[in-house]
Design a protein around this ligand. Sequence first.
Ligand code: G6P
Length: 613
Amino acid sequence: MCGIVAYLGSKEALPVLIKGLKRLEYRGYDSAGIVIQNNHRRLNVFKRKGKVSDLEAMVRDKDISGHMGIGHTRWATHGKPNDINAHPHTSSNHRLALVHNGIIENYAALKKALEKRGHKFESETDTEVLVHLIEELQQSEQLSLAEAVRMALTKVVGAYAIVVMDTQEPDTLVAARKSSPLVIGIDNDEFIIASDATPIVEYTNKVVYLDDDQLAIIQSGELQLLSIENEVVPLDIREIDMELERIEKGGYDFFMKKEIHEQPTTVRDSMSGRINAAEGWAKLGGLEEHINRFLQAKRITLIGCGTSWHSALIGEYLIEQLARIPVEVEYGSEFRYRNPVITGDDVAVAISQSGETADTMAAIKLAKQMGAFTYGIVNVVGSSIARITDAGSYIHAGPEIGVASTKAFTGQVSILAIMALQLAERNGSISKTRFRTLLAELENIPAKIQQMLEVDASIAYIANEFRNATNFLYLGRGVNFPVALEGALKLKEISYIHAEGYPAAEMKHGPIALIDENMPVVLIATNNKAYEKVLSNVQEVKARGGRIIAVVTEGETQITKLANYAINVPRTDDFFAPLLSVIPLQLLSYHIAVLRGCNVDQPRNLAKSVTVE
Ligand code: G6P
């Protein structure tokens, strides 16, 4: 949801900014812009509708030297994507340039008041209000840039990550955050500010995470943090560990393809040091420290959005079945606004790849306020949810760049599986033998995902037959129902084909009316328990002329015979079937999207990290 990168140091700013924006493009890609302050204290602003590559083409032959600059890649909230609404925005006197990620909720009132005082606005954005407000405060109160930014922010309601520069204060960058992330990379007297660490890791592994209601002031080669109340905040410099190759495409056409194929490794990484079948233990460190809060909880609420919500549904199944603790699953956005009943006996678990999703963040904050013990299952190290929760487990999937989540999903499910097993073992709801059998099977999953990926070419073939479909139905039962939802979401997101996920047995209560020879039905039928029932569903679809792509356990014959296409999944325990059955669905959506000429990594209207509510 908008990416920010800013540079101040001895290098030329332009290449650092362009490269940084490319890394952040997953956050928004409808327009992009940069501003560089040259040695004559002039702002060179270039911005345009389109992708970062369009901006790059625009600046290619221009002389834009300077050692300080700010860049932005936008996901429009206020004002449509066009050249004017693109960031940076500048003040009337052309002294200030500012980029923003978030929403200024009271912008209309602020704008009206500023217009009354003679300010003229060029764009339809909420952001432009901020730059005018800072300008006005600077002029009327003779304030420094940092002080004017701080004062302006006290008048603002909403969410923001901003970076500002002023031609009258060369070698100064001021940044601030509330609810939208900012990380500052430090290498001696060189600084990179960014929405996440991906533009930074190439230059330094030393970072400072800005917290809500804090300002960062970089001046004369020094970084200082201030609270919005004007108190100095001590610097907490952390070392991050992110390998550069993990944020490059590495020979794949799209990040999504790379990320799908990384899953044997990422799932192994998510489990590494956390389970051991031979020794018979499962241990998420964060959970172990607070295990009694979980074991004594009257309920565990799993909160997420999008794909992470689907992981939560699988988590509900696993925790309830194995550990026999009641679980609720909530959308972050719904939980917050319905006055939930939460007490000190509750545990609330936020599941989030980015750790920045505004709705999930707001929900977990509310749960915390109401007394719940909070836990984060998060991928991005140092992200807001990771920092606000009482404890948590990282997924260790490495940076996920493709907008459609793949490896984060399997990472989340792996963590939830370990959580379920750990809780089950500790509260005695599982026998020792069963516990060890399940641990051994979980350890086998990465190898089985590897085996699963061998279907890639045959899925590409199936995709070709279905590429022109306009609707898809995905059906699954039990733990495979969330997989059906996830398969449908993947297809919608990247190929723009309407798709719905349904519990297989619910089909006859509505969706069956849609089935004809034009409606492909993807049936996830690896379950053992409900096998006979699912077989009946296949017959029902078949009787109405529907075309079936079935995902079945290897060796299965009956559904295989009836289906138009059958994809074999290696045998595993039902509990872990989603970790395998989701792989062909990820690949199917990927191939269909590629065949339809869609930009798989940057689907229209979406953003990877949704930091607005
Ligand atoms: C966006 C992304 C989805 C993601 C969801 C939740 O909608 O496009 O892929 O599942 O946000 O994101 P989170 O980072 O909280 O998992």
